[in-house]
Ligand binder design. Structure first.
Ligand code: ZN
Length: 135
């Protein structure tokens, strides 16, 4: 059972907490034990799981990514001019697998699922599939 979420990002770099939307897909699926696959089919966006309680953590992510993989680097050769977005997304990865236990995402207490868009604002798609047993 799967669904495509459409997430409208609002800034050039947007990190959007999508935990609630993913949890809704899991709930609708009726799967009790299994896995939830979250995948974004884009080359300048990615999906990750991390601290969702304190928004400063996400702000520090953005700050550190800018230092590690700066937007402007005279050595980039990709003509589109968004190499940093490609590299940041590739390093983080465009999918995650989260266990489903007792019909719910088995996230840790402080964990949330995020879509990161490094070349927005755009509409981004996130494919959510739930695989497992319904009993
Ligand atoms: Zn590009």
């Amino acid at each position: 059972m799967g669904e495509v979420l459409k997430i409208r990002t609002t800034k050039h770099t947007s990190i959007v907490n999508i935990t609630h939307q993913v949890a809704e897909v899991v709930k609708k699926s009726g799967i009790k034990e299994g896995i939830c696959v979250v995948y974004t089919p884009h080359t300048t966006a990615c999906v990750f799981v991390n601290e969702g309680a304190d928004p400063d953590v996400v702000r520090d992510f953005v700050h550190t990514l800018e230092k590690l993989i700066p937007w402007n680097d005279p050595n980039y050769t990709h003509m589109e001019g968004n190499s940093a977005a490609h590299i940041r997304s590739a390093i983080i990865g465009n999918s995650r697998v989260i266990p489903v236990i007792d019909g719910q995402l088995a996230l840790g207490t402080w964990e949330s699922i995020f879509l990161a868009d490094f070349d927005g604002p755009r509409e981004r798609r996130v494919l959510v599939f739930v695989i497992g047993e319904k009993q």
